[in-house]
Design a protein around this ligand. Structure first.
Ligand code: HEC
Length: 101
C-alpha cells in the first residue's frame, strides 16, 4: 500500500499590492485605459481627449497622491472611480507603477 502525502506550501499573502492591483486595474481601469494602460482609442475618441499611456513619463512623474486624487475625484473627462477601498487604490497605483516604460 502506498501512502502519498501531499504537502501544500502555503504561499504567504503578498502585502505589497501590485498583484492585487492588477485585478482591480483589469476590472476598474482597463475598460477605458486598456489592459496595459495604453488607452483605448475608442474611449479617447468618445471623450474627445488624448489619453496619456499610463506607462508614460507624463503619468509616471505624478506622485502617488496625485494619482490617488485622479482616481477619487476624476480628472477632466475621467469620472471618479467608485467602489474602491483605500487599500485597492494603493494596490492599483502599485500596479500602475509596474507599467512604467
Ligand atoms: C470611464 C473611463 C475611465 C475609467 C474607468 C478610468 N479612467 Fe482614467 N482617464 C480616463 C480619461 C478619458 C482620461 C483623460 C482625462 C482628460 O484628460 O480629460 C483619464 C485620465 C487618467 C489619468 C491621467 C492621465 C491623463 O491622460 O491625463 C490617470 C493617472 C488615470 N486616468 C488613471 C486611472 C486609473 C488608475 C483608473 C482605475 C482605478 C482609471 N483611470 C479609470 C478614463 C477612464
Amino acid at each position: 500500500m502506498k501512502t502519498l502525502v501531499l504537502v501544500f506550501a502555503a504561499c504567504g499573502l503578498a502585502s505589497a499590492g501590485a498583484p492585487e492591483g492588477k485585478a482591480t486595474f483589469a476590472a476598474k481601469c482597463a475598460p477605458c485605459h486598456g489592459p496595459n494602460g495604453e488607452g483605448r482609442p475608442a474611449i479617447a475618441k468618445m471623450f474627445g481627449v488624448e489619453m496619456h499611456p499610463l506607462s508614460s513619463q507624463y503619468v509616471q512623474s505624478k506622485p502617488d497622491a496625485e494619482i490617488k486624487q485622479i482616481i477619487a475625484n476624476g480628472k477632466g473627462k475621467m469620472k471618479p472611480v467608485a467602489g474602491l477601498a483605500e487599500k485597492q487604490v494603493e494596490d492599483v497605483i502599485a500596479y500602475v507603477r509596474t507599467l512604467k516604460e
